[in-house]
Design a protein around this ligand. Structure first.
Ligand code: FAD
Length: 400
C-alpha cells in the first residue's frame, strides 16, 4: 500500500490526513508534527483561549481516539530533511520514514522584530498554544502592555487581553494589509472606545530594559513604558525543508494549480504554500483556516485519483472589540467602494469593485451579506456596480 507522509501537524496537515481517510484512502497516513499533543486550531489562541473562556478541549481538532480509529499515525518530532532521490524523510531523531506522497504542511513562524532588545524577557509573540499560555501567565501581572503591529493577531490580542493596551502600527491605518480604509477606521474607533491607545504611522526602533523589557522606543525618540510587549508583525512561511531539498521557494513553497511542487511526489499546502490563486489573479500565499482546510482537501482528492485545480474562494474572519468582521475575496487594486447598512449602528458591509466588478465584501456584524457574497462568488456570479446599484446594493437579490 502507498504511504502519505504529512510534515506538520497543524490545521492543514491534520485536514490532509483526515480528508485522505474521508475519501477512502486505505494506505498508511503518517502525520509528523513537532508540537506537543494532538493537532489543534489556532484561531481561539488570540480570542476565547486567551480570555480563558475556552480550554484545551476547544482547541483540539479531534479527540485523541480519532487518530487511532482512523488509522492516522501521529509521529511526534521534527522532519529534519527530505531525501527526494530515496523518497524518504529523516526526522530530527534520526528516524527515517519512506513516502509515496509527501505533503508539506509546515505553516509559518512569527516574524522577529528587527530591532535591538527584541530578545528581552517580557517580549512575547503569539503563534502556538505554548505562546498563548505564556501570554496568559504574563498578562495578569502586566501593568503596561504594548502591542507592536495592528493586524489581525495584534488587534485580537488587544481586544481579548482584558486590559487597556497601546497598539503601535507602522502603517497609517489598522488592518492595512487585509481590509479597506472604511473597515480600518471603524475598528480604530472601536479600539479607542474600548480604552486602547492606537499609534498609527509609528515605527519602533528599539526595546529597552535590564534583562527584562521596560520601554519601547518609537521612531521619534519617545519611550513608552512597557512591562509586556507583544510582537505581532506578521509571519514568514516555514520553507526550510523545501529549499534544502532543492524545491523552488519564493514567499512560500511554489506549487502549481494542483498544489504540487516541481517534484510530482511532493505537495505544499496552507500557510507555507505559494500557489496560483485564480481569485487574486496572481501567485499568492494565504494565511487562513479556509485556505489550509480547502487546500488539504484538494491534495487528498489528488492523491485519491480525483485531481482538480485548486480554486476555492478565499474568506477570512476576525472577532475583536465585540464586532465580527468577515471578508470574502481578495482585496487588491479596488477602484471603487460602497458602504451598505448602518455604520453608526456597527452593522455594515463594504463592497469593493475593480473595473466595475465586485471583488470583495467585508461585513461587520452583517452575516447575511457575508453568506450571500460567498454564494455569489462560489457560483462565479460577479455582479457589476450597475447590477448592484439597480438592486440598491442588496447582495441577496443576485443569488440565483
Ligand atoms: P500551522 O497550523 O501553523 O501548522 C504547521 C505545523 O507544522 C505547526 O505545528 C509547526 O510546528 C509544524 N512544523 C513546522 N515545521 C515542521 C517540521 N519540519 N516537522 C514537523 N512539524 C513541523 N485564520 C483564520 O482564518 N481565522 C482566524 O480567526 C485566525 N486566527 C488566528 C489566530 C492566531 C493566534 C494565529 C496564530 C493564527 C490564526 N489564523 C486564523 C491563521 C490560521 O490559524 C492559519 O492560517 C492556519 O493554522 C494555517 O495552517 P497550516 O497547517 O498551514 O499551519
Amino acid at each position: 500500500p502507498e504511504t502519505v507522509l504529512v510534515a506538520g501537524g497543524g490545521q492543514s496537515g491534520f485536514q490532509a490526513a483526515a480528508s485522505l481517510r474521508d475519501k477512502g484512502f486505505t494506505g498508511r497516513v503518517v502525520l509528523v508534527g513537532d508540537e506537543p499533543g494532538v493537532p489543534y486550531q489556532r484561531p481561539p489562541l488570540s480570542k476565547a483561549y486567551l480570555k480563558g473562556t475556552a480550554g484545551d478541549e476547544q482547541l483540539r481538532l479531534r479527540p485523541e481516539d480519532y487518530f487511532a480509529e482512523k488509522g492516522i499515525e501521529l509521529v511526534p518530532g521534527r522532519v529534519a530533511s527530505v531525501d527526494r532521490g530515496a523518497s524518504r524523510v529523516v526526522l530530527a531523531s534520526g528516524e527515517e520514514l519512506a513516502y509515496d506522497h509527501l505533503v508539506l504542511a509546515t505553516g509559518a513562524r512569527n516574524r522577529v522584530l528587527p530591532v535591538p532588545g527584541a530578545d528581552l524577557a517580557g517580549v512575547l509573540m503569539l503563534r502556538t498554544r505554548d505562546d498563548a499560555d505564556r501570554l496568559r501567565e504574563s498578562l495578569d501581572a502586566a501593568s503596561s502592555v504594548v502591542v507592536i503591529g495592528g493586524g489581525f493577531i495584534g488587534l485580537e490580542f488587544a481586544s481579548h487581553a482584558g486590559k487597556p493596551v497601546t497598539v503601535v502600527e507602522a502603517q497609517d491605518r489598522l488592518l492595512a494589509r487585509v481590509a479597506s480604509p472604511e473597515v480600518s477606521s471603524f475598528f480604530l474607533e472601536l479600539h479607542e472606545k474600548a480604552g486602547h491607545t492606537v499609534l498609527l504611522g509609528t515605527g519602533v526602533t528599539a526595546l529597552h530594559g535590564e534583562g527584562r523589557v521596560s520601554s519601547v522606543e518609537l521612531a521619534d525618540g519617545t519611550r513608552l513604558p512597557a512591562d509586556l510587549v507583544v510582537v505581532a508583525v506578521g509571519v514568514v512561511p516555514e520553507t526550510t525543508l523545501a529549499s534544502d531539498a532543492g524545491l523552488t521557494v519564493t514567499n512560500g513553497v511554489v506549487v502549481d494549480e494542483h498544489l504540487r511542487t516541481e517534484d510530482p511526489k511532493i505537495f505544499a499546502i496552507g500557510d507555507c504554500a505559494n500557489f496560483p490563486c485564480v481569485h487574486a489573479g496572481a501567485a499568492t500565499r494565504l494565511e487562513s483556516v479556509q485556505n489550509a482546510v480547502d487546500q488539504a482537501r484538494c491534495v487528498a482528492a489528488a492523491i485519491t485519483g480525483n485531481a482538480a485545480p485548486y480554486d476555492s474562494l478565499p474568506w477570512f474572519w476576525t472577532d475583536q472589540t465585540g464586532a465580527k468582521l468577515q471578508i470574502v475575496g481578495i482585496l487588491a487594486n479596488a477602484d471603487k467602494t460602497v458602504v451598505v447598512g448602518d455604520r453608526a449602528e456597527g452593522k455594515f458591509s463594504v463592497l469593493s469593485f475593480r473595473d466595475g466588478v465586485l471583488i470583495t465584501v467585508e461585513s461587520v456584524n452583517r452575516p447575511p451579506d457575508h453568506i450571500a457574497a460567498r454564494r455569489l462568488f462560489t457560483a462565479d456570479l460577479r455582479p457589476t456596480y450597475a447590477d448592484l446599484e439597480a438592486s440598491s446594493f442588496d447582495l441577496k437579490a443576485h443569488v440565483k
